[in-house]
Design a protein. Sequence first.
Length: 117
Amino acid sequence: VQLVESGGGLVQPGGSLRLSCAASGFTFSRYAMSWYRQGPGKERELVATIFSVGGSANYADFVKGRFTISRDNAKNTVYLQMNSLKPEDTAVYYCYASYRLISRAYWGQGTQVTVSS
């Protein structure tokens, strides 16, 4: 099983980034996919989740209206479009796959996002 994140980097406040997470080794379409983040000196927190059925999504209040999660089951990839970035969005962003029915879950290795002028 692999979850490989990409797309992180340094961006100015107000800018945008698009994170990708490429999955392999499991039936991607059956898993809920989430993005978490962990800022310096902070605990890891849930950013957004997109569900396997129907493609509905939930967002943390601090990213609503700025971030959009999406998935492409044909490409086994989940995305996080991040707009209007703020310095407080600086964190390592992690991809997470979960399938509650069979108690399976996997983490990616993370990608650094730094928002600074």
